[in-house]
Design a binder for this molecule. Structure first.
Ligand SMILES: Cc1cc2nc3c(=O)[nH]c(=O)nc-3n(C[C@H](O)[C@H](O)[C@H](O)COP(=O)(O)OP(=O)(O)OC[C@H]3O[C@@H](n4cnc5c(N)ncnc54)[C@H](O)[C@@H]3O)c2cc1C
Length: 425
């Protein structure tokens, strides 16, 4: 079956990377995006190898490195007073397998620049999907636009419309199985010279109330500081409390005159996964399909691996190498990866931080085995554990793949054998 068109709801990072992969393979794609502005909120910033690989397949990697940076240091864990609990020696993690850093807004700008150069890809801004319909051969969406309601149809429609996905709600109602953490975080981007304190490029604060991540975001000295906060305040209240939080959390106990705050946003944090990622001709991917807390950088990473897998499945159908049932496998495999790896690993990453450090040193295997973190070979092996979220769908084609879209370094069988790894948010 040759696909005439795929529609993607949501031109966020997941939707844009999927659109690029499809367009590069000659498949027509249209993105429907509710907003007309670039989302520059302080969210995704750091990506481990499974995400970097998909950025590479989409043709984005050289510019990701140019506009962002490759993290050289291993992370450290610290008490609220800044004293060191332990440090990870990441010196033997190969260059291309290291965390790559690029703020969400810059990644989005880059993907949209590439899409603008593809004649078979089009983004419709101010197009908000409101409801869905599907028949035997096509799926349809009804869309609010500045010119009134329009209807778009395609062979398949993919919901990449984020945590509050209209597509997911239309398929399953308000139920999004999982839970919301009782903790709240506030994410900020800030210029403050942390390098002079010898903290390296990334540090976690272990503290039940003031847990935090402090990490270099850009080569020019912009840092991401995400910290634990009280639940249920207004954005203005979080803004008013921020100077006191920075005084407690940051080295040098700075006053507002000592730093330049660029952005601040509060976030609830969730662990949730949709009942299925396929209903007929509608598919779900990334935040529309699953959510996890950001400590460990597995949110968009899981989302980019979804869209890379979905691309291989749709491309297999397009080329006659697979039938529609491969899309049921997509749902099965990606949900399993979330449940067996992304959910438990990201949960553990946050739990490591929500403790009294002295208790953690006595009871938490991560902190009891800090010697292992000093062993660069052990760290390189541990970091590679997260590669188990990858899956090669071209191995499930009915005929051998000839387009070379997947690389051979993926372990095809799903393995849950992965050690908790706390790398960054
Ligand atoms: C503080 C924080 C830090 C994070 N750090 C990391 C990190 O370092 N690494 C990592 O991998 N992940 C991280 N994440 C997670 C990451 O930001 C998300 O997983 C990612 O942004 C999800 O991308 P997405 O494309 O699925 O959804 P979104 O980015 O939410 O995009 C969805 C798009 O759909 C559009 N849309 C919504 N509804 C409709 C509709 N009805 N019709 C049309 N369009 C619609 C929206 O306007 C939006 O453009 C972090 C998250 C937070 C909160």
């Amino acid at each position: 079956m040759t696909l005439s068109k795929i529609i993607i709801v949501g031109a966020g990072p997941a939707g844009c990377v999927l659109a690029l992969l499809l367009a590069n393979a000659g498949i027509n794609v249209e993105l429907l995006e509710a907003s007309d502005t670039l989302d520059d909120s302080p969210r995704a910033s750091f990506y481990p190898w499974p995400a970097v690989r998909e950025l590479e397949r989409a043709g984005l990697l050289p510019e990701v490195r140019e506009r962002g940076y490759v993290v050289a240091d291993g992370v450290s864990w610290r008490r609220l007073d800044g004293s060191l609990i332990g440090r990870m020696d990441a010196s033997k993690v190969p260059y291309d397998r290291r965390l790559h850093g690029l703020p969400l807004g810059k990644l989005l700008a880059l993907t949209r620049e590439h899409l603008d150069r593809r004649p078979n890809a089009k983004i419709h801004y101010l197009h908000k999907v409101t409801r869905l319909e599907q028949g035997q051969d096509k799926a349809k969406v009804y869309v609010d636009t500045p010119e009134g309601e329009k209807v778009f149809e395609a062979d398949y429609i993919v919901g990449c419309d984020g945590a509050n996905s209209t597509v997911r709600r239309a398929l399953f109602g308000d139920e999004f199985p999982g839970y919301t953490w009782p903790e709240q975080i506030v994410a900020t981007n800030v210029y403050y010279d942390i390098s002079k304190f010898g903290w390296g490029q990334g540090a976690f604060i272990v503290d039940p109330e003031n847990f935090a991540l402090i990490a270099l975001l850009q080569k020019d000295g912009l840092y991401r500081v995400s910290y634990g906060e009280k639940v249920g305040l207004t954005k203005e209240e979080y803004e008013a409390r921020q100077p006191e939080k920075f005084r407690k959390i940051l080295p040098g106990n700075p006053e507002p005159k000592d730093y330049k705050l660029v952005s601040l946003n509060p976030y609830k944090i969730h662990q949730r996964c949709a009942q299925s990622f396929k209903v007929g001709r509608f598919l779900l991917a990334a935040d529309a399909a699953h959510l996890c807390n950001p400590f460990g950088g597995l949110g968009l990473t899981g989302g980019l691996v979804d869209v890379g897998n979905l691309f291989d499945c749709l491309n297999g159908v397009h080329q006659g190498l697979a039938d529609d049932s491969i899309l049921d496998r997509y749902s099965e495999v990606r949900r399993k990866m979330y449940k067996e790896i992304i959910d438990p690993v990201s949960t553990q990453n946050l739990k490591h931080l929500l403790q009294d450090p002295d208790v953690a040193l006595k009871e938490d295997p991560l902190f009891q085995n800090m010697d292992t973190m000093q062993d660069p070979d052990a760290v390189a092996k541990m970091v590679s554990g997260i590669n188990n979220i990858m899956h090669d769908f071209t191995q499930e084609y009915k005929q051998p793949n000839t387009n070379g879209s997947a690389t051979s370094d993926i372990k095809a069988p799903i393995s849950a054998e992965v050690k908790p790894v706390a790398v960054s948010d």
